[in-house]
Structure formats: structure tokens, C-alpha cells
Design a protein around this ligand. Structure first.
Ligand code: DDH
Length: 287
């Protein structure tokens, strides 16, 4: 088959903008799903397929699309992401030349931009492992919401991120919500969960947060009881090295967009063996 990263030898030239278009059309194709958009869960798929990376062993990451297989597909942290993978299956059938690993990450980048966020630099080059081609990642590489700043640093330093990048990436929680039947936590972080903005940082810094009194896992709620924060979200505000970035992004959406685009792009490239000479930034697609 033609190599999707080079376009192959003959006429075949993979049209990634065509893939983006089909993904965009899917985002609001089911008004009954959550808040009317699959965007947030597609961003989460791109994050969880990439966030298994370990820089010390150079294992994990988006290359391979190993979440197609057990045990990774059944990790507690990945509950609900089967919906996102199923949603993209017809896209894979329509464009069989794209790898799952390229498709899942491209869908995440596309969703961020389509929901009003920055253009996220993305390039192709990931390939899918066959089941007997890799050693399964150990569970526990993705973060737990009820833990503290040390846990957050342990997880993200292992991938190679610094404090500023950690805070920028965490701003993705401006999107989507927690589902009782997936993570056990409940509710959205903002009142505009299908719009990419810096609202998460504004809520974190300007709203008042208290422990939710219930039988579920530790989480925080605002006065209305409608909005939520995880302990790991609160930890960004409580930690004196994280906090300056939280304050900055709450005030300066442009800085957040710029830093998020760079960090999210980096996240999706961790551990991917791109061919030499391949460049990170693809131009924004023509509108
Ligand atoms: Fe997250 N996230 N996330 N998250 N995340 C959840 C939902 C979403 C943590 C825990 C949870 C990132 C970082 C962290 C998104 C993107 C990103 C849920 C709820 C939990 C729990 C799942 C459910 O019940 O459906 C923790 C802990 C961390 C951490 O950093 C310590 C990052 C870095 C991103 C990213 O994209 C860069 C998105 C989007 C959602 C909403 C999903 C949805 O279906 O809606």
C-alpha cells in the first residue's frame, strides 16, 4: 500500500483535509449525545492514546493505536472512549489509507479547532501495530482525578512536559464533562463545554469551590452545584509553581491558545518515529 506520509510513488496523495472535513461533519451529527457534540470525547481519545508515553523507555504514545486492543481498551481510564473509536470507524473505512493512530490524533486536532480553539500543528506518520508486534503498556500511566500535584507531575514529567505545559494541557477541561458511568465523577467544568476557550481557568480562579457532599469520589462543586473540579484541577491552583500559569491563562486567552496548541501537538507526537525531514507544523487548512 502507498506510504501515507510520503504520498507513495505514483499519483496517490493522501488528502488529510478531506479527513478533517468528514470528522467536522460528525461532531454535531447527534444532538442527543451529551451536550450535542462529540468534540470533547474525540479530544480525550487523542489525549489518552498519546498520554501513555514514557520518555525513559520510549514506550507508549499514539504510535501503534494500541488502545484497539486489550488490556488498554478496558482500562478504567479509557471508559467511554469506545464511543469515540466507534464514531471514527466509518471514517477509517472511507479513508482506508490513514492509520488509526493518525486518524485518532487528527480527529482530536480537528475537534479543538472546530470548537473555536487554535489550529493544532499535526503531521502524519504514525503506523498501527499488529497485536503481536508490541509489548502492552502497563496500566497506571494516565492520571487519576482524585490525586494531588505530585501525582500530576509524576505523570506528565514522565512524558517530558514541564509545569507550564502541564497547566496549558489541563485547560482542555474547558471541554466536555465527567460521566458517572465512565469515571464516577459527575458534571462539566464550564457552562460552555463544547466551545474551546480559557473559561476553565476563569472558573478555577474566580468561582468558589467546595467539596461535594455525596457518596461518590472526591470532587469539588461551585455554589450552583452545576460545575465541577477534580482534585487534580484544584491542585493547579493550590501549587505555587502551577498557579502563576493558571492566573496568566485566566487573563490571557491568546497566550493559552498558543501554549495549548504547542503542548497538545507535542503530546500527540511523543514517541512517533517520523521520517527525517518531516516538519511538525502543517498549514491551517483552507476554509
Ligand atoms: Fe481529562 N478527564 N484529565 N484531560 N478530559 C476527563 C474528561 C476529559 C483527568 C481526568 C479526567 C487532561 C488531563 C486530565 C479531557 C481532556 C484532557 C474525565 C471525565 C476525567 C476523570 C471522564 C468521563 O467521566 O467521561 C485528569 C486527572 C487529568 C490530569 O491532568 C491530571 C488533559 C491533559 C486533556 C487534554 O485533552 C490535553 C476532555 C476533553 C474531557 C471531556 C471528555 C468528555 O467525554 O466530555
Amino acid at each position: 500500500p502507498p506510504n501515507p506520509s510520503t504520498g507513495g510513488k505514483g499519483e496517490f496523495k493522501p488528502d488529510y483535509d478531506a479527513v478533517r472535513k468528514v470528522v467536522e461533519e460528525l461532531l454535531e451529527s447527534n444532538e442527543d449525545y451529551d451536550d450535542g457534540s462529540y468534540g470533547p470525547v474525540l479530544v480525550r481519545l487523542a489525549w489518552h492514546t498519546s498520554g501513555t508515553y514514557d520518555k525513559n523507555t520510549n514506550t507508549g504514545g499514539s504510535n501503534g493505536a494500541t488502545m484497539r486492543f486489550l488490556p488498554e481498551s478496558a482500562w478504567g481510564a479509557n471508559a467511554g472512549l469506545g464511543d469515540a473509536r466507534d464514531l471514527l470507524e466509518p471514517v477509517k473505512q472511507k479513508f482506508p489509507w490513514i492509520s488509526y493512530s493518525d486518524l485518532w490524533t487528527l480527529a482530536g486536532a480537528t475537534a479543538v479547532e472546530a470548537m473555536g480553539g487554535p489550529h493544532v500543528p499535526w503531521r502524519p506518520g504514525r503506523s498501527d501495530y499488529a497485536l503481536d508486534q508490541f509489548v502492552a503498556n502497563p496500566d497506571g500511566r494516565l492520571p487519576d482525578g482524585d490525586k494531588d500535584a505530585k501525582h500530576v507531575r509524576d505523570i506528565f514529567y514522565r512524558m517530558g512536559f514541564n509545569d507550564q505545559e502541564i497547566v496549558a494541557l489541563s485547560g482542555a477541561h474547558t471541554l466536555g464533562r465527567c460521566h458517572a458511568d465512565r469515571s464516577g465523577f459527575v458534571g462539566p467544568w464550564t457552562n460552555a463545554p463544547t466551545t474551546f476557550s480559557n473559561l476553565y481557568f476563569q472558573e478555577l480562579t474566580e468561582n468558589k469551590w467546595r467539596k461535594k457532599k455525596w457518596n461518590g469520589p472526591l470532587q469539588y462543586e461551585d455554589k450552583s452545584g452545576q460545575l465541577m473540579m477534580l482534585n487534580t484541577d484544584m491542585a493547579l491552583l493550590w501549587d505555587k509553581k502551577f498557579k502563576p500559569y493558571v492566573m496568566q491563562y485566566a487573563k490571557d486567552e491568546e497566550a493559552f491558545f498558543k501554549d495549548f496548541a504547542a503542548a497538545f501537538s507535542k503530546l500527540m507526537e511523543l514517541g512517533v518515529p517520523f521520517p527525517e525531514g518531516s516538519v511538525a507544523a502543517t498549514p491551517a487548512p483552507q476554509k
